[in-house]
Write a protein that binds this ligand. Structure first.
Ligand code: CMP
Length: 139
């Protein structure tokens, strides 16, 4: 089915000017960018976005990193977009990521792993709503 998912290009990737190269990989896989903006999130916004990870040992480091520089938040649309995006991203830890994936090619560590993507329909809906008003999504 035609689905929407939430995607974020993280500060390690924007710092290295990789936005276009990452979006090209998503588009080449058949995903369409239907909303996009550059956001330098606050620590509070990062804590809210990653609230599900509160209490995990990497939470503070994660929120520091995500508020350390610009990100690009996007909504991607396509057939099976949630799974497709996760396939193109590759495993969370770049050491485990398959050849040709974004994280294999660009990520430097499990924390600075260049992209985030929603893992399920419920989280996709929540994450899209966290960053975008309906009027900003143009399918
Ligand atoms: P992301 O898909 O954005 O969701 C949570 C993030 O926490 C994850 O990608 C990683 O970048 C980050 N993270 C940092 N350390 C760890 C860890 N030890 N295990 C899992 N995720 C981690």
């Amino acid at each position: 089915a035609l689905e929407r998912t939430f995607s974020m290009i993280k500060p390690d990737a924007t710092a290295r000017n990789l936005t276009g190269k990452i979006v090209a990989k998503l588009e080449d896989a058949g995903l369409r960018v239907v909303a996009s903006k550059r956001v330098w999130m606050s620590r509070k916004q990062a804590e809210g976005f990653y609230a599900v990870h509160k209490g995990r040992p990497f939470f503070d480091e994660l929120c520091d990193f995500m508020s350390s520089g610009p990100t690009v938040v996007q909504v991607l649309e396509g057939e099976g977009a949630i799974l497709k995006n996760r396939e193109v991203m590759g495993a969370t830890n770049p050491a485990d990521a398959a050849e040709g994936t974004i994280r294999k090619e660009f990520a430097t560590s499990i924390g600075e792993n260049s992209v985030h993507g929603s893992d399920a329909p419920e989280t996709a809906a929540e994450e899209i709503a966290y960053w975008f008003a309906g009027i900003e999504i143009v399918g």
